[in-house]
Write a protein that binds this ligand. Sequence first.
Ligand SMILES: Cc1ncc(COP(=O)(O)O)c(C=O)c1O
Length: 399
Amino acid sequence: MEKIQMVDLLAQHSQIRQEIDSAISGVIDSSAFIKGKPVGIFEEDLARYLGVRHVIGCGNGTDALQIALMALGLEPGDEVLVPAFTYVATAEVIALLHLTPVMYDVNLRTFNTDAHTSFEHIEQLVTPRTRAIVPVHLFGQCSDMDAVMTVAKKYDLRVVEDCAQALGSNYGPAKAFAGSIGDIGCTSFFPTKNLGGMGDGGALFTNDDELALRIRMIANHGQKVKYHHDVIGCNSRLDTIQAAVLDVKLRHLDEYISGRRRAAAAYTRLLKAADPLEKHICTPVESDFTTHTYHQYTIIVKDRNEDLVKDASTRDLLKARLAENGVPSMIYYPLPLNRQEAFKGIAKSLGDFHRDEDADDSLGNSEFLAAHVLSLPMHPLLKEDQINYIVEQIMDFYK
Ligand SMILES: Cc1ncc(COP(=O)(O)O)c(C=O)c1O
Protein backbone atom coordinates (compact mmCIF):
# COMPACT_ATOMS: atom_id res chain seq x y z
CA MET A 1 0.00 0.00 0.00
CA GLU A 2 1.23 3.49 -0.83
CA LYS A 3 1.99 5.93 2.00
CA ILE A 4 -1.20 7.68 3.12
CA GLN A 5 -1.25 11.47 2.91
CA MET A 6 -3.95 14.03 3.74
CA VAL A 7 -3.71 15.19 0.12
CA ASP A 8 -1.60 13.95 -2.78
CA LEU A 9 -0.87 16.83 -5.12
CA LEU A 10 2.16 15.15 -6.66
CA ALA A 11 0.05 12.22 -7.89
CA GLN A 12 -2.68 14.56 -9.11
CA HIS A 13 -0.25 16.72 -11.07
CA SER A 14 1.68 13.75 -12.45
CA GLN A 15 -1.43 12.73 -14.37
CA ILE A 16 -1.62 16.07 -16.19
CA ARG A 17 2.04 17.06 -16.06
CA GLN A 18 2.40 17.64 -19.80
CA GLU A 19 -0.66 19.89 -20.01
CA ILE A 20 0.57 21.91 -17.04
CA ASP A 21 4.14 22.15 -18.30
CA SER A 22 2.97 23.46 -21.64
CA ALA A 23 0.58 25.97 -20.01
CA ILE A 24 3.40 27.31 -17.82
CA SER A 25 5.83 27.35 -20.78
CA GLY A 26 3.31 29.44 -22.71
CA VAL A 27 3.32 32.04 -19.94
CA ILE A 28 7.12 32.07 -19.78
CA ASP A 29 7.27 32.53 -23.56
CA SER A 30 4.84 35.46 -23.40
CA SER A 31 6.49 36.88 -20.27
CA ALA A 32 3.11 38.47 -19.44
CA PHE A 33 3.23 37.39 -15.81
CA ILE A 34 0.69 39.95 -14.64
CA LYS A 35 -2.69 40.24 -16.40
CA GLY A 36 -1.59 37.95 -19.21
CA LYS A 37 -4.12 36.38 -21.60
CA PRO A 38 -4.66 33.18 -19.56
CA VAL A 39 -6.22 35.24 -16.74
CA GLY A 40 -9.12 36.41 -18.91
CA ILE A 41 -9.46 32.99 -20.52
CA PHE A 42 -9.65 31.26 -17.15
CA GLU A 43 -12.14 33.82 -15.82
CA GLU A 44 -14.38 33.19 -18.82
CA ASP A 45 -14.03 29.41 -18.62
CA LEU A 46 -14.86 29.38 -14.91
CA ALA A 47 -17.82 31.73 -15.46
CA ARG A 48 -19.14 29.31 -18.09
CA TYR A 49 -18.64 26.32 -15.79
CA LEU A 50 -20.45 28.05 -12.90
CA GLY A 51 -23.14 29.62 -15.04
CA VAL A 52 -22.43 33.14 -13.73
CA ARG A 53 -22.04 36.38 -15.68
CA HIS A 54 -18.73 37.43 -14.13
CA VAL A 55 -15.68 35.81 -12.56
CA ILE A 56 -12.92 38.11 -11.34
CA GLY A 57 -9.62 36.54 -10.30
CA CYS A 58 -7.68 37.83 -7.29
CA GLY A 59 -4.70 37.02 -5.10
CA ASN A 60 -6.29 34.50 -2.72
CA GLY A 61 -9.58 33.52 -1.08
CA THR A 62 -9.11 35.88 1.87
CA ASP A 63 -8.66 38.82 -0.50
CA ALA A 64 -11.79 37.70 -2.38
CA LEU A 65 -13.84 38.01 0.81
CA GLN A 66 -12.29 41.37 1.65
CA ILE A 67 -12.88 42.77 -1.84
CA ALA A 68 -16.48 41.50 -1.77
CA LEU A 69 -17.21 43.39 1.45
CA MET A 70 -15.45 46.50 0.10
CA ALA A 71 -17.51 46.34 -3.09
CA LEU A 72 -20.75 46.28 -1.10
CA GLY A 73 -19.89 49.70 0.35
CA LEU A 74 -20.31 48.77 4.00
CA GLU A 75 -19.48 51.44 6.60
CA PRO A 76 -17.28 50.96 9.69
CA GLY A 77 -19.44 49.67 12.53
CA ASP A 78 -21.87 47.89 10.21
CA GLU A 79 -22.59 44.36 11.35
CA VAL A 80 -21.93 41.25 9.30
CA LEU A 81 -23.37 37.86 10.25
CA VAL A 82 -20.96 34.94 10.09
CA PRO A 83 -20.96 31.35 11.40
CA ALA A 84 -18.74 30.73 14.45
CA PHE A 85 -17.47 27.43 13.01
CA THR A 86 -15.36 28.31 9.98
CA TYR A 87 -11.84 29.18 8.90
CA VAL A 88 -10.64 32.46 10.38
CA ALA A 89 -10.49 34.24 7.01
CA THR A 90 -14.28 34.50 6.80
CA ALA A 91 -14.50 36.72 9.87
CA GLU A 92 -10.99 38.21 9.80
CA VAL A 93 -11.74 40.38 6.78
CA ILE A 94 -14.91 41.68 8.44
CA ALA A 95 -12.89 42.89 11.42
CA LEU A 96 -10.09 44.17 9.18
CA LEU A 97 -12.55 46.54 7.49
CA HIS A 98 -13.73 47.82 10.91
CA LEU A 99 -17.05 46.05 10.49
CA THR A 100 -18.42 43.98 13.36
CA PRO A 101 -18.49 40.18 12.95
CA VAL A 102 -21.69 38.84 14.54
CA MET A 103 -21.44 35.12 15.12
CA TYR A 104 -24.24 32.58 14.89
CA ASP A 105 -24.21 28.84 15.46
CA VAL A 106 -24.17 26.07 12.85
CA ASN A 107 -25.91 22.72 12.38
CA LEU A 108 -24.35 19.95 14.46
CA ARG A 109 -24.36 17.37 11.67
CA THR A 110 -23.75 19.39 8.50
CA PHE A 111 -21.34 21.92 10.13
CA ASN A 112 -23.13 24.61 8.13
CA THR A 113 -25.67 27.43 8.26
CA ASP A 114 -29.10 25.80 8.59
CA ALA A 115 -32.79 26.63 8.66
CA HIS A 116 -33.14 25.87 12.37
CA THR A 117 -30.36 26.80 14.82
CA SER A 118 -28.65 29.34 12.54
CA PHE A 119 -31.93 30.83 11.33
CA GLU A 120 -33.23 31.30 14.89
CA HIS A 121 -29.97 32.90 15.99
CA ILE A 122 -29.83 35.20 13.01
CA GLU A 123 -33.38 36.38 13.66
CA GLN A 124 -32.31 37.37 17.17
CA LEU A 125 -28.98 38.87 16.13
CA VAL A 126 -30.22 41.24 13.42
CA THR A 127 -30.08 44.92 14.40
CA PRO A 128 -30.55 48.11 12.39
CA ARG A 129 -26.76 47.98 11.74
CA THR A 130 -26.82 44.52 10.18
CA ARG A 131 -25.91 44.83 6.51
CA ALA A 132 -24.64 41.50 5.27
CA ILE A 133 -24.33 37.77 5.89
CA VAL A 134 -21.44 35.52 4.88
CA PRO A 135 -22.64 31.89 4.85
CA VAL A 136 -19.82 29.37 4.47
CA HIS A 137 -20.14 26.15 2.47
CA LEU A 138 -17.85 24.28 4.80
CA PHE A 139 -16.11 20.99 3.95
CA GLY A 140 -17.74 20.79 0.50
CA GLN A 141 -21.50 21.05 0.83
CA CYS A 142 -23.71 24.11 0.64
CA SER A 143 -25.26 25.87 3.57
CA ASP A 144 -29.05 26.13 3.47
CA MET A 145 -29.22 29.00 1.00
CA ASP A 146 -33.04 29.09 1.08
CA ALA A 147 -32.80 30.00 4.78
CA VAL A 148 -30.03 32.52 4.07
CA MET A 149 -31.87 34.18 1.20
CA THR A 150 -35.09 34.33 3.25
CA VAL A 151 -33.31 36.17 6.06
CA ALA A 152 -31.48 38.38 3.57
CA LYS A 153 -34.73 39.37 1.87
CA LYS A 154 -36.54 39.99 5.14
CA TYR A 155 -33.82 42.28 6.56
CA ASP A 156 -32.39 43.65 3.33
CA LEU A 157 -28.97 42.06 3.78
CA ARG A 158 -26.32 41.50 1.13
CA VAL A 159 -25.10 37.92 0.77
CA VAL A 160 -21.45 36.94 0.24
CA GLU A 161 -21.03 33.18 -0.11
CA ASP A 162 -17.72 31.75 1.09
CA CYS A 163 -17.35 28.74 -1.19
CA ALA A 164 -13.59 28.35 -0.72
CA GLN A 165 -14.21 24.70 0.21
CA ALA A 166 -17.13 23.93 -2.07
CA LEU A 167 -16.26 24.95 -5.60
CA GLY A 168 -18.28 22.69 -7.90
CA SER A 169 -21.04 21.87 -5.40
CA ASN A 170 -24.62 22.28 -6.59
CA TYR A 171 -27.53 23.70 -4.67
CA GLY A 172 -31.27 23.04 -4.91
CA PRO A 173 -33.40 21.56 -7.68
CA ALA A 174 -31.97 24.06 -10.17
CA LYS A 175 -28.47 22.75 -9.36
CA ALA A 176 -27.10 26.29 -8.98
CA PHE A 177 -23.39 26.27 -8.27
CA ALA A 178 -22.13 27.24 -4.82
CA GLY A 179 -21.23 30.92 -4.98
CA SER A 180 -23.78 31.79 -7.66
CA ILE A 181 -26.80 32.31 -5.42
CA GLY A 182 -25.99 35.34 -3.24
CA ASP A 183 -24.77 38.76 -4.39
CA ILE A 184 -21.15 37.64 -4.57
CA GLY A 185 -19.43 34.26 -4.33
CA CYS A 186 -15.82 34.00 -3.13
CA THR A 187 -13.44 31.13 -3.58
CA SER A 188 -9.85 30.12 -2.96
CA PHE A 189 -7.47 28.29 -5.26
CA PHE A 190 -5.12 27.29 -2.43
CA PRO A 191 -3.33 24.18 -3.76
CA THR A 192 -5.34 21.69 -1.70
CA LYS A 193 -8.76 23.10 -2.62
CA ASN A 194 -11.21 21.33 -4.97
CA LEU A 195 -9.68 23.44 -7.75
CA GLY A 196 -6.20 24.23 -6.52
CA GLY A 197 -3.41 26.22 -8.16
CA MET A 198 0.34 25.95 -7.69
CA GLY A 199 0.45 28.81 -5.24
CA ASP A 200 -2.10 31.29 -3.93
CA GLY A 201 -5.12 32.39 -5.92
CA GLY A 202 -8.76 33.31 -5.50
CA ALA A 203 -11.80 34.60 -7.36
CA LEU A 204 -15.12 36.36 -6.95
CA PHE A 205 -18.31 35.56 -8.88
CA THR A 206 -21.36 37.67 -9.45
CA ASN A 207 -24.28 38.08 -11.82
CA ASP A 208 -24.49 41.81 -11.07
CA ASP A 209 -22.75 43.87 -13.79
CA GLU A 210 -22.24 46.93 -11.58
CA LEU A 211 -20.82 44.93 -8.70
CA ALA A 212 -18.49 43.16 -11.14
CA LEU A 213 -17.12 46.51 -12.29
CA ARG A 214 -16.58 47.68 -8.71
CA ILE A 215 -14.90 44.39 -7.78
CA ARG A 216 -12.50 44.70 -10.74
CA MET A 217 -11.66 48.26 -9.78
CA ILE A 218 -11.12 47.48 -6.11
CA ALA A 219 -8.88 44.52 -6.88
CA ASN A 220 -6.80 46.84 -9.06
CA HIS A 221 -6.03 49.84 -6.82
CA GLY A 222 -9.51 51.32 -7.29
CA GLN A 223 -8.80 52.27 -10.92
CA LYS A 224 -10.73 51.77 -14.12
CA VAL A 225 -8.34 53.88 -16.15
CA LYS A 226 -4.65 53.44 -15.35
CA TYR A 227 -3.39 55.94 -12.74
CA HIS A 228 -6.91 57.33 -12.19
CA HIS A 229 -8.07 56.05 -8.81
CA ASP A 230 -11.78 56.44 -8.15
CA VAL A 231 -12.07 54.46 -4.94
CA ILE A 232 -9.68 53.02 -2.38
CA GLY A 233 -8.75 49.55 -3.54
CA CYS A 234 -5.98 47.04 -3.11
CA ASN A 235 -3.53 45.10 -5.22
CA SER A 236 -4.91 41.61 -5.54
CA ARG A 237 -4.38 39.81 -8.83
CA LEU A 238 -4.52 36.24 -9.99
CA ASP A 239 -1.04 35.53 -11.43
CA THR A 240 -0.95 34.58 -15.08
CA ILE A 241 0.89 31.35 -14.26
CA GLN A 242 -1.77 30.41 -11.70
CA ALA A 243 -4.55 31.19 -14.19
CA ALA A 244 -2.89 29.04 -16.85
CA VAL A 245 -2.53 26.11 -14.43
CA LEU A 246 -6.06 26.54 -13.09
CA ASP A 247 -7.52 26.56 -16.59
CA VAL A 248 -5.92 23.16 -17.22
CA LYS A 249 -7.16 21.80 -13.88
CA LEU A 250 -10.67 23.21 -14.42
CA ARG A 251 -11.05 20.71 -17.29
CA HIS A 252 -10.51 17.94 -14.73
CA LEU A 253 -12.55 19.41 -11.87
CA ASP A 254 -15.57 17.13 -12.35
CA GLU A 255 -13.29 14.10 -12.37
CA TYR A 256 -11.58 15.32 -9.16
CA ILE A 257 -14.96 15.80 -7.51
CA SER A 258 -16.04 12.29 -8.55
CA GLY A 259 -12.82 10.93 -7.02
CA ARG A 260 -13.54 12.72 -3.74
CA ARG A 261 -17.13 11.48 -3.72
CA ARG A 262 -15.98 7.93 -4.44
CA ALA A 263 -13.54 8.04 -1.52
CA ALA A 264 -16.20 9.54 0.78
CA ALA A 265 -18.73 6.85 -0.16
CA ALA A 266 -16.18 4.13 0.67
CA TYR A 267 -15.35 5.73 4.04
CA THR A 268 -19.03 6.05 4.94
CA ARG A 269 -19.88 2.50 3.87
CA LEU A 270 -17.03 0.98 5.88
CA LEU A 271 -17.45 3.19 8.95
CA LYS A 272 -21.19 2.61 9.07
CA ALA A 273 -20.71 -1.15 8.72
CA ALA A 274 -18.19 -1.15 11.58
CA ASP A 275 -20.15 1.21 13.85
CA PRO A 276 -23.78 1.04 12.68
CA LEU A 277 -25.30 2.70 15.76
CA GLU A 278 -22.78 5.56 15.79
CA LYS A 279 -21.53 4.41 19.18
CA HIS A 280 -18.11 5.92 18.52
CA ILE A 281 -18.20 7.94 15.33
CA CYS A 282 -20.66 9.99 13.29
CA THR A 283 -20.03 10.04 9.56
CA PRO A 284 -20.78 13.22 7.57
CA VAL A 285 -24.43 13.88 6.79
CA GLU A 286 -25.28 15.02 3.27
CA SER A 287 -28.11 17.56 3.14
CA ASP A 288 -30.74 16.76 0.51
CA PHE A 289 -30.60 20.26 -1.02
CA THR A 290 -26.91 20.16 -1.99
CA THR A 291 -24.34 17.93 -3.60
CA HIS A 292 -21.23 17.30 -1.51
CA THR A 293 -17.80 17.71 -3.07
CA TYR A 294 -15.97 16.47 0.04
CA HIS A 295 -13.25 19.03 0.28
CA GLN A 296 -12.88 17.37 3.67
CA TYR A 297 -14.17 14.07 5.02
CA THR A 298 -14.88 15.07 8.60
CA ILE A 299 -16.16 12.73 11.29
CA ILE A 300 -17.38 13.49 14.80
CA VAL A 301 -15.60 11.44 17.47
CA LYS A 302 -17.74 10.84 20.53
CA ASP A 303 -16.16 10.95 23.99
CA ARG A 304 -15.77 7.59 25.73
CA ASN A 305 -16.68 7.57 29.41
CA GLU A 306 -13.30 6.11 30.32
CA ASP A 307 -11.55 9.09 28.67
CA LEU A 308 -13.99 11.64 30.10
CA VAL A 309 -13.23 10.62 33.67
CA LYS A 310 -9.53 11.17 32.94
CA ASP A 311 -10.35 14.54 31.37
CA ALA A 312 -8.87 13.28 28.09
CA SER A 313 -10.28 13.89 24.64
CA THR A 314 -11.14 10.68 22.79
CA ARG A 315 -10.75 12.60 19.54
CA ASP A 316 -7.19 13.60 20.43
CA LEU A 317 -6.32 10.06 21.55
CA LEU A 318 -7.68 8.63 18.31
CA LYS A 319 -5.74 11.20 16.29
CA ALA A 320 -2.51 10.29 18.10
CA ARG A 321 -3.11 6.56 17.58
CA LEU A 322 -3.79 7.03 13.88
CA ALA A 323 -0.57 9.05 13.52
CA GLU A 324 1.41 6.23 15.20
CA ASN A 325 0.04 3.89 12.57
CA GLY A 326 0.80 6.04 9.54
CA VAL A 327 -2.59 7.72 9.17
CA PRO A 328 -2.48 11.52 9.16
CA SER A 329 -5.56 13.47 10.21
CA MET A 330 -6.35 17.11 10.87
CA ILE A 331 -8.58 19.11 13.18
CA TYR A 332 -10.51 21.69 11.19
CA TYR A 333 -10.94 23.71 13.43
CA PRO A 334 -9.78 23.32 17.03
CA LEU A 335 -11.36 26.59 18.22
CA PRO A 336 -14.62 28.21 17.18
CA LEU A 337 -14.14 31.83 16.16
CA ASN A 338 -15.62 33.11 19.41
CA ARG A 339 -12.71 31.45 21.25
CA GLN A 340 -10.07 33.14 19.13
CA GLU A 341 -8.13 35.79 21.02
CA ALA A 342 -8.13 38.03 17.94
CA PHE A 343 -11.88 38.62 18.08
CA LYS A 344 -12.00 39.57 21.75
CA GLY A 345 -13.78 42.87 22.14
CA ILE A 346 -14.52 42.98 18.40
CA ALA A 347 -17.11 40.32 17.61
CA LYS A 348 -20.58 39.79 18.99
CA SER A 349 -22.83 36.77 19.54
CA LEU A 350 -25.97 35.99 21.50
CA GLY A 351 -24.03 34.92 24.58
CA ASP A 352 -21.46 36.70 26.65
CA PHE A 353 -18.55 36.86 24.28
CA HIS A 354 -15.37 35.46 25.86
CA ARG A 355 -16.87 35.58 29.34
CA ASP A 356 -14.15 34.27 31.71
CA GLU A 357 -12.97 31.77 29.11
CA ASP A 358 -16.28 29.92 29.55
CA ALA A 359 -18.08 28.47 26.59
CA ASP A 360 -20.54 30.78 24.88
CA ASP A 361 -23.75 28.80 25.38
CA SER A 362 -25.33 30.31 22.30
CA LEU A 363 -22.57 28.76 20.19
CA GLY A 364 -22.84 25.30 21.71
CA ASN A 365 -22.75 23.40 18.42
CA SER A 366 -19.64 25.24 17.26
CA GLU A 367 -18.00 24.62 20.64
CA PHE A 368 -18.90 20.93 20.46
CA LEU A 369 -17.64 20.53 16.90
CA ALA A 370 -14.32 22.20 17.63
CA ALA A 371 -13.78 19.63 20.39
CA HIS A 372 -14.95 16.56 18.44
CA VAL A 373 -14.27 16.85 14.69
CA LEU A 374 -11.53 14.95 12.93
CA SER A 375 -10.82 15.23 9.21
CA LEU A 376 -9.46 12.08 7.57
CA PRO A 377 -7.19 11.90 4.51
CA MET A 378 -9.18 13.06 1.47
CA HIS A 379 -8.15 13.57 -2.13
CA PRO A 380 -9.37 12.37 -5.52
CA LEU A 381 -6.75 9.62 -5.78
CA LEU A 382 -7.23 8.02 -2.36
CA LYS A 383 -7.28 4.27 -2.94
CA GLU A 384 -9.72 1.67 -1.67
CA ASP A 385 -6.95 -0.26 0.16
CA GLN A 386 -5.83 2.94 1.88
CA ILE A 387 -9.39 3.71 2.99
CA ASN A 388 -9.79 0.12 4.23
CA TYR A 389 -6.61 0.48 6.25
CA ILE A 390 -7.65 3.86 7.72
CA VAL A 391 -11.03 2.49 8.83
CA GLU A 392 -9.35 -0.63 10.25
CA GLN A 393 -7.01 1.57 12.29
CA ILE A 394 -9.94 3.62 13.59
CA MET A 395 -11.83 0.51 14.66
CA ASP A 396 -8.71 -1.07 16.22
CA PHE A 397 -8.53 1.95 18.51
CA TYR A 398 -11.88 0.95 20.02
CA LYS A 399 -10.93 -2.72 20.64
C1 LIG B 1 -13.74 28.59 4.35
C2 LIG B 1 -12.53 29.34 3.86
N1 LIG B 1 -12.64 30.66 3.62
C3 LIG B 1 -11.61 31.37 3.16
C4 LIG B 1 -10.37 30.80 2.93
C5 LIG B 1 -9.23 31.67 2.52
O1 LIG B 1 -8.60 31.27 1.34
P1 LIG B 1 -7.06 31.61 1.07
O2 LIG B 1 -6.25 30.66 1.90
O3 LIG B 1 -6.89 31.38 -0.38
O4 LIG B 1 -6.83 33.02 1.46
C6 LIG B 1 -10.22 29.43 3.14
C7 LIG B 1 -8.92 28.78 2.86
O5 LIG B 1 -8.39 27.98 3.54
C8 LIG B 1 -11.31 28.67 3.63
O6 LIG B 1 -11.20 27.37 3.87
